[in-house]
Design a protein around this ligand. Structure first.
Ligand code: NDP
Length: 444
C-alpha cells in the first residue's frame, strides 16, 4: 500500500500526529494507499512555509485525461497571463499622478473538493501563483493524490520551495484549521453550500476575502424549434460527465410541450444504452466517489419515485463490475414537478429531472426557481429568444445551443444566489487573487 505524504516547504512529510487515513478505490471499495491525517499544527507549518517564501477518484480514463490536460492548460494560461496583469493610472488633479496598482493578497488558502482535484487545483493555485501569491492547498480527503503530485512537479518546474504547499487530512480538522488561520489573506473554496457558509464565516472573522463556488441545479431549456439531434447528446453528456459529480452538471431539462414526448423518447434511448463500470475501463460512467455519496444519490431517487415521479429510463452496470464499488445507474426522471425536491436540490449524481413548460416566461421562471444560479443551457434557433433568455436567467454562465459542463478555462466562471460569489477562470480569476493599492503622488 503506497503511503502518500504532505508537501510542505518543498519537502514531503508525515503529519505531526503520525496518523494516516486510508484512500479507498471507489471501483471496489478497497483501500490502496494512505494519506497523512493532518491537523492544526501541519496547517501552521504550511502557512509558515508559504510566508517564508512569500487512482484516486474513480473517474473514467478519458475524463481523467481531460482533467490533467485542463490542469496543465490552467498553468499555461495563467503563466502566459502573469506579465499582462496591470493596474491603471487615474487623471485626478493638476500636479498629481495617481496609480491603482494590483498587488497579491499574500498567503492564500485553497480548499479543493474531490470531484475535479486536478482541474480545480490548476484554476485555483495556478491563478494565485501567477498573481504573486503563495498557496496552502487542502485537497479533499478522498482525492489528495493528484494535488500532492502536482506540487512535486511544480517544484521540479522551478516554483520556489514554500510557495506551493499541500496538506492532506479531514475537512473538519485540516480544512477548518486552514480556514481559521490568521496568516491566510484570501481563501478560495469549492464544495457544498453548507461548508461554504462555514468557510465564509471563518474568513469574515479574519476580515479577509473569500471566493466560493458552491454547485448548482443547472437547467437545460429545450424549445420546440431547437435542433434536437444536436441538443440531446450534449444534454446527456452534461449530466453523466464524471457520474454527475460536477458543479455545472445539467441536472434539469425543461422541455417545451410540443416536443416533450419526442425529446423524452430520444433521452430515454440514450439513457438505456449507458454503461456503468470501473473507471479504468472507460465506460460511460465510473463509480461515484464514496459510499456516502452513493447512498445520498440513491436516497434522493428513491424518495422521488416514492412520491410518484416517473422513472423514465436507467443505464445498467456492466457484467463483472467489482462488488463493493460505488456504482449508481444514470437515471432519467419524467414529468417532474418544478418544485419537487429532486428538481430543487443538488443530487451530485447522474440523475436528470425532466419538466414540461408552455411559454418562454414560464421556462425562465422555472429555470430561476431554485436557490442556485451557476450555469444554464438554452436550445433554440430563435435569435431574439436566445438573447431574452440569456438576460432573464439568473446564472453566472448561460450557454446558447451548446453547454460547457466544467469547461472554459478562458471564460469567467462563478455563481449567483446560493451558487456562491467571486469569479474564477479567465483573467477575472487572476484579478480575484489581487487587491488594489492606490498610490497618489503630488509632484508640483
Ligand atoms: P464538502 O463541502 O463538505 O467538501 C468540500 C471540501 O471542503 C473538501 O475538501 C472537504 O474536505 C472540505 N471541508 C469539509 N469540511 C470542512 C470544514 N469544516 N472546513 C473547511 N473545509 C472543509 O462536500 P462533501 O464532500 O461532503 O459533499 C457533499 C455535497 O457537496 C455533494 O453531494 C455536492 O452536492 C456538494 N459538492 C459540490 C462540489 C462542487 O463542485 N461545487 C464539490 C464537492 C461537493 P474533506 O473532503 O477532506 O472532508
Amino acid at each position: 500500500m503506497t503511503a502518500y505524504l504532505n508537501f510542505i516547504g518543498g519537502e514531503s512529510c508525515q503529519a505531526f500526529s503520525g496518523e494516516t487515513l486510508e484512500v479507498i478505490d471507489p471501483s471496489d471499495g478497497l483501500p490502496f494507499a494512505t494519506i497523512p491525517r493532518s491537523g492544526a499544527q501541519d496547517i501552521a507549518q504550511a502557512v509558515q512555509a508559504a510566508h517564508l517564501e512569500c487512482r484516486d477518484t474513480g473517474k473514467p480514463l478519458a475524463q481523467a485525461k481531460v482533467d490533467i490536460t485542463a490542469c496543465a492548460r490552467y498553468f499555461e494560461y495563467y503563466g502566459g497571463a502573469a506579465d499582462k496583469l496591470h493596474g491603471e493610472t487615474i487623471p485626478y488633479s493638476a500636479g498629481s499622478t495617481v496609480m491603482a496598482i494590483r498587488v497579491p493578497h499574500g498567503v492564500t488558502g485553497h480548499i479543493i473538493p474531490w470531484n475535479y482535484p486536478a482541474q480545480i487545483f490548476g484554476r485555483s493555485a495556478g491563478a494565485a501563483l501567477a498573481a504573486g501569491n503563495a498557496c496552502v492547498v487542502k485537497p479533499a480527503e478522498d482525492a489528495c493524490l493528484t494535488p500532492v503530485r502536482m506540487a512535486q512537479l511544480a517544484l521540479e518546474a522551478g516554483v520556489l520551495p514554500g510557495a506551493l504547499n499541500v496538506v492532506c487530512g479531514l475537512g473538519s480538522e485540516a480544512g477548518a484549521a486552514l480556514t481559521a488561520h490568521p496568516g491566510i489573506a484570501h481563501i478560495s473554496f469549492t464544495g457544498s453550500t453548507e461548508t461554504g457558509a462555514m468557510v465564509a464565516e471563518a474568513a469574515a472573522r479574519r476580515h479577509s476575502p473569500a471566493t466560493l463556488e458552491l454547485g448548482g441545479k443547472s437547467p437545460q431549456i429545450v424549445f420546440a424549434d431547437a435542433n434536437l439531434e444536436r441538443a440531446v447528446p450534449v444534454i446527456v453528456n452534461a449530466i453523466i460527465q464524471n457520474a454527475g459529480q460536477t458543479c455545472t452538471a445539467g441536472s434539469r431539462v425543461l422541455i417545451e410541450r410540443p416536443v416533450y414526448e419526442r425529446v423524452m423518447q430520444m433521452l430515454s434511448e440514450r439513457f438505456a444504452a449507458l454503461r456503468v463500470g470501473p473507471g479504468g475501463k472507460d465506460f460511460d460512467c465510473g463509480p461515484v466517489i464514496n459510499r456516502k455519496q452513493r447512498l445520498k444519490i440513491q436516497a434522493m431517487v428513491d424518495a422521488a419515485t416514492a412520491d410518484g415521479v416517473r422513472l423514465a429510463a436507467q443505464g445498467r452496470l456492466v457484467d463483472g463490475a467489482p462488488e463493493g464499488g460505488h456504482y449508481v445507474m444514470p437515471t432519467l426522471l419524467g414529468e417532474v414537478p418544478a418544485g419537487h425536491t429532486i428538481a430543487q436540490q443538488e443530487v451530485f449524481g447522474p440523475v436528470l429531472a425532466a419538466t414540461v413548460f408552455d411559454t418562454e416566461e414560464e421556462a425562465a421562471d422555472i429555470a430561476n426557481g431554485t436557490d442556485y444560479g451557476l450555469t444554464a443551457g438554452v436550445w433554440t434557433e430563435n435569435g431574439g429568444r436566445q438573447l431574452r433568455m440569456a438576460h432573464a436567467i439568473e446564472a453566472g454562465q448561460v450557454f446558447i445551443n451548446n453547454y460547457g459542463a466544467g469547461g472554459g478555462i478562458e471564460l469567467p466562471f462563478g455563481g449567483m444566489k446560493h451558487s456562491g460569489y467571486g469569479r474564477e477562470k479567465a483573467f477575472e480569476g487572476l484579478r480575484g487573487f489581487t487587491t488594489i493599492k492606490t498610490i497618489a503622488i503630488q509632484h508640483d
